[in-house]
Design a protein around this ligand. Sequence first.
Ligand code: HEM
Length: 310
Amino acid sequence: MQYSMRMKAKEVEATLQVAQKVDGFKIFLVILYAVSLAIYAYFVYQGLDFYRTTAMERPHHEAYRTLRPAGFVGHGFGIIGTLMMLFMLLYSVRKRTRIFGEWGSLSRWLDIHIYFGIMGPLFIILHTAFKVQGLVAVSFWSMIAVATSGVLGRFLYQQIPRNRMGGELTLKDINKLNEQFTEQLQEELNLNEDQLIRLQEYPAFLVDPNQSIFKLFLMLFLQDWFKPFFRFRIKRRLSRVFHLKGKHLKNATEIALKKMVLQRRLLALDRVESFFHYWHVLHKPFAILMYVIMIIHVGVAVWLGYTWVF
Ligand code: HEM
């Protein structure tokens, strides 16, 4: 029975992404962000004096030759930013084609999409030297709109229960998972029907799917943000009511928390999914507009002879 419990726990953990375990990929991402942002901060600091000048003063600044968009360093920022914006599209390739097969889960590819979606625009901002004019300004502001709206998209994406590969779970799968959690809790806590009902009635998370969309999202956001606090409350209750201790208490708390998160996501699912659909409808056209003007901009620059070191 111990073995079958462990197998179930493993399956479930892989299926619903609310696990608290830190994996190697997440550590790699944190290091990647820290190093990239430190490098970025260094470049901003180095050019701060130039970036703070007005358009009239710029040509007379000593850094003008290197930091202007066509300068050696400024142009380099543009190339790095553009490459990042292109690498970001690998997510769509992985999601929509079989070129990469089943290599890596879709949610990890999305994490990489987000990394390039944040760092790419940041390098493009350095390339513009904080001044944008002309047609390319449309591409620039579309880029900013897509990147900032991405934060909302990421939040919505997270609210939809997914399997280990990042695919959406069907309603049937969600219910099955919920049953698995219940069985696990029953085994872990050795509960009778009455006790199980009492445990399930405990309202750790509160969402009303009929409240305004703003309030609903705010509740979901806050409850995700304060998850450690909810974990603490559930743990305290399990310890007081069921007198659990040590490893049992830890296991039961994790299962109960996952079950409650799943139930809350199920409650809000219809509204989250329909909002996510509209979000896609906005996110994609801005992205397409941005890429089209970006291609024209790069094409004209190369045609005019701005080929950097090539
Ligand atoms: C300028 C930067 C960005 C561009 C051009 C861009 C472009 C795109 C495109 C074209 C898609 C559709 C992918 C597809 O379904 O094939 C997409 C999806 C998405 N992006 Fe971005 N993105 C950018 C930045 C970001 C950022 C910064 C975030 C998060 C903070 C983000 C989060 C997402 C999410 C959550 C999806 C939906 C994934 C899905 O439903 O499969 N994006 N993005």
